[in-house]
Design a protein around this ligand. Structure first.
Ligand code: GDP
Length: 535
């Protein structure tokens, strides 16, 4: 049983070929814009992969999404919500899921560090929403190309040019039309490609249970189409092209352009066109820079990056799974792996290739794929694992928490679970745990970006670790920054500032409000090396 598998030699050309077939991305949006609906629609168009390169067609949406693999059943862990892998054309698509809750959170940001581009959904009637802006901003920080999809075109909403203006104003990216709707929002006859005289006429079948019926027709002579509707679509597309130019792959990849496509995901309209666009134009995994700025090419030895840690939902197991994005090389179960941060070996025997449905039959994963490593104690979010030559990728950037509450253990007999639970939540990055110089014997401070994190943390402490906890009222601070150790003396006596410590010893200053922070920054710029003095 305990045999060690020596990984087979991998041909670099094969790794490059496999990498170039991958499209690894996330669909992101304000809640309710249609993320789940689009995900299902994509799966319906695709073949869910259950073995590397082997795909199976399915009859319906339900079949494509159910039965997500044994890890889930065995351990009660929802991996279906981590990555959906499907084949389309020659390509393998890895669609990484982001949490759907209303708070923009670090979880979403972490998933975005593991993809090569994002598909941003807008609701045609709502346009840019709060979350849409925040997500665009996160993509900018990460240098991610963004494909914009205007969804729900079957319902009345804004005009395309209006939406283009809103996107440009809010994001600075220039929206360029990849396709253009024939029919104003509320009446979606089809899609034209700017400059073409033909268009793709489409019709939803069985309210979206099956692929849409699609047919190429000459726009100007199509008897089923009102000539005025055709004319206005042609005009709209040409105005957009005059104003914003046409799709340019380099500008898209550099993030200065965002290509725009139109869809009604619920009826599977425009989904085929989106998949074709992603297949032909979206970036495949490329080499990633390590902490020294050296690029680890996709065809070098295996390396990967932990972007998410999930604890078992099943208290009987108390498992934890580290989800790893493969950055380079080939991953095989049983290969010798190391955790770059500690130098310790990582057991890969129980790794799961995240594949489509049925048995976890894949024998290898490639750059852009996601692997789940079970019982990966000691791995933290942002850590690197590798085989062969060592490498360390830049860790996960931490968000500065803005909400702080003391958490108390109400039952001394259950202190062990309380302490263990806090350590677990901290290592997953589910919430930050801060303590004062005395170690906060009364209870540490939980520090979060959004309020939902408190709920999740207390619920999990209770459910998974059997702790009986209570949260105090929020502390009167709404900003925080990591500061160097020598800043403690300077800031600790200032009213409205409080100094706390992370488990790794890093010092964090809490500020009562943005003026307190601004003042401290003006007075001691050396404590805030990464920030400008004002704002
Ligand atoms: P999510 O919160 O972004 O995952 O959104 P969902 O996929 O759950 O969709 C939210 C609601 O919008 C649901 O009631 C969907 O049926 C509906 N919806 C999604 N896509 C479309 C569409 O293209 N047209 C219409 N009319 N409704 C849609």
């Amino acid at each position: 049983m305990a045999s060690v598998t020596v990984p087979s030699k991998v041909d670099p050309a094969l790794v490059c070929a496999e990498a170039s077939r991958r499209r690894s991305f996330a669909v992101i949006s304000h809640p309710d814009a249609g993320k789940s609906t689009l995900t299902e629609a994509m799966a319906l168009h695709a073949h869910v992969v259950d073995e590397a390169g082997v795909t199976h067609g399915k009859a319906s949406r339900a079949a494509s999404l159910s039965d997500w693999g044994e890890l889930e059943q065995e351990r009660g862990i929802s991996i279906s919500s981590t990555a959906l892998r499907f084949g389309y054309g020659d390509a393998v698509f890895n669609l990484l899921d982001t949490p759907g809750h209303a708070d923009f959170s670090e979880d979403t940001y972490r998933v975005l560090t593991a993809v090569d581009f994002a598909v941003m959904l807008l609701d045609a009637a709502k346009g840019m929403e709060t979350q849409t802006r925040k997500l665009f901003d996160a993509c900018r920080r990460l240098g991610l190309p963004v494909v914009t999809v205007v969804n729900k075109w079957d319902r009345p909403g804004h005009g395309p040019l209006e939406l283009f203006d809103a996107v440009q104003e809010a994001t600075g990216r220039v929206p360029v039309a990849v396709n253009w709707p024939v029919g104003e929002s509320g009446r979606f006859d089809g899609l034209l490609t700017p400059g073409d005289s033909a268009y793709l006429r489409h019709e939803s079948v069985d309210s979206g249970a099956h692929l849409a019926h699609e047919e190429h027709r000459e726009g100007a002579t199509d008897g089923d189409l009102d000539p005025g509707v055709w004319q206005s679509a042609v005009e709209g597309a040409s105005i957009a092209a005059e104003l914003n130019g046409v799709f340019d792959r380099t500008a898209f990849r550099a993030g200065t352009q965002t290509p725009v496509l139109f869809a009604a995901a619920a009826g599977n309209l425009g989904v085929h066109a989106l998949l074709e666009f992603l297949l032909h134009q979206a970036p495949a995994p490329a080499g990633r820079a390590d902490v020294d700025g050296q690029v680890r090419a996709v065809d070098s030895g295996f390396s990967g990056y932990v972007f998410k840690i999930q604890a078992g939902m099943n208290p009987a197991h108390r498992d934890q799974v580290a989800f790893v994005r493969v950055n380079s090389g080939r991953f095989e179960r049983g290969m010798d792996l190391r955790h770059a941060q500690s130098g310790r070996p990582v057991l890969s025997k129980y790794a799961h290739h995240l594949v489509g449905r049925g048995r976890q039959a894949a024998t290898a994963s490639w750059p852009g794929d996601v692997v789940g490593i079970v019982n990966a104690t000691g791995l933290g979010v942002g850590d690197t694992i590798h085989a062969g030559p060592p490498v360390i990728f830049p860790g996960m950037p931490r968000f500065n928490p803005e909400r702080f509450r003391v958490v108390r253990n109400r039952d001394a007999a259950r202190h062990k679970g309380f302490a263990k639970g806090l350590a677990q939540l901290e290592s997953e990055g589910a919430i930050q745990v801060l303590r004062d110089e005395q170690g906060s014997p009364g209870g540490p401070v939980l520090a979060a970006v959004g309020d939902l994190q408190f709920e999740v943390a207390t619920d999990r402490l209770h459910r998974e670790f059997g702790a009986d906890v209570a949260l105090d009222a929020p502390l009167p601070y709404d900003r925080s920054r990591p500061i160097p150790a020598h800043g403690v003396q300077k800031l600790s006596a200032v009213p409205g500032i409080r100094i706390l410590y992370r488990p790794d010893g890093e010092t964090v200053a809490l500020f009562a409000n943005r003026w307190k922070l601004g003042h401290a920054r003006d007075q001691f710029p050396d404590l805030f090396p990464n920030e400008s003095a004002s704002g």
